[in-house]
Design a protein around this ligand. Structure first.
Ligand code: FE
Ligand code: FE
Ligand code: ZN
Length: 274
């Protein structure tokens, strides 16, 4: 299985590969730029090459880059929207230093405009940034439905996908905490939730999992991640998700509140399940 966590890119790309190996991970996530701001560090081609070589040698799975939280391509304010689309465009260019990986982003917050207005804006942003020359697959993350988040249910993600011009280059990242908080009962009816995902979106679109337990109840729309087995989803249900036959071979990324030691422990735990 491909399992890893979020790593900081502040010490460069190759450093992340080494850190992942130290945690016994074989995939990882990283922010393409300052997650709370948007400033991007210059990529050193040499450093990117070293990471590419390491990933190949150590047989890593696909990486799952994450866009900054400040990105909101469906913002009501035009300046925030164009700033966000600019980051999306730039990130997809930069991702070509690590070709063939995933780039995950939060569809956005409609801030009172309504999802009906936001959904076409999100698709438009993807259509403007994502070109046939790009080797990256863009992922829309399933959201908890906190505030005015778009992507609060499978239907909203489907509606975005329907408006995208290069659908073969766009998929979905299934965040277990968000889906649960969004009202999908992965504890008592995992089969049903994934059947629903398949019916509305198509399981072929499920490219990555953000593997998190949740501090809150199903349908709470809170989005507070918990350590694996210590939240309301619980160990048994988390184990069933990790072992689910239809989810094998895709990257599982931990976004749990842990230090390095905690991540190494969670990675070892999850590996012990298969
Ligand atoms: Fe996220
Ligand atoms: Fe997530
Ligand atoms: Zn979250």
């Amino acid at each position: 299985m491909f399992i890893g966590n979020h790593l900081s890119s502040s010490k460069g790309f190759e450093h992340m590969g080494k850190e992942a190996l130290a945690l016994n991970a074989n995939t990882f996530a990283f922010f393409t730029r300052n997650p709370r701001g948007g400033a991007a560090k210059e990529i050193e081609p040499e450093d990117a090459k070293k990471l590419r070589d390491l990933l190949e040698k150590e047989k890593f799975g696909v990486l799952v880059a994450h866009a900054p939280y400040t990105m909101n391509v469906c913002a009501a304010k035009e300046d925030i929207r164009s700033f966000s689309v600019g980051m999306l465009k730039d990130d997809l260019e930069r991702m070509e230093y690590l070709p063939g990986n995933y780039y995950n982003f939060h569809p956005g917050a409609h801030v009172g405009q309504g999802a009906d207005v936001a959904i076409p804006l999100i698709a438009e942003a993807i259509n403007e940034a994502l070109k046939p020359k790009h080797s990256t697959t863009v992922l829309l993350e399933t959201m908890a439905g906190k505030g005015s988040e778009v992507g609060r249910n499978f239907e909203e993600l489907r509606a975005i996908l329907d408006l995208v011009k290069l659908p073969e280059k766009v998929g979905v990242c299934f965040d277990t905490c968000h889906v649960w908080d969004g009202g999908y009962d992965v504890v008592n009816d995992l089969d049903g939730v994934l059947a629903e995902f398949d019916r509305v979106i198509g399981l072929d679109k499920l490219k990555a999992v953000h593997f998190n337990d949740s501090m809150n109840e199903c349908g709470s729309h809170k989005d507070r991640h918990e350590k694996i087995g210590e939240g309301k989803i619980g160990l048994e249900a988390m184990k069933r998700i990790a072992k689910y036959p239809l989810l094998q071979g895709i990257p599982f990324i931990l976004e749990t509140p842990n230090d390095d030691e905690g991540y190494a422990r969670e990675i070892a735990l999850i590996r012990s399940w298969s």
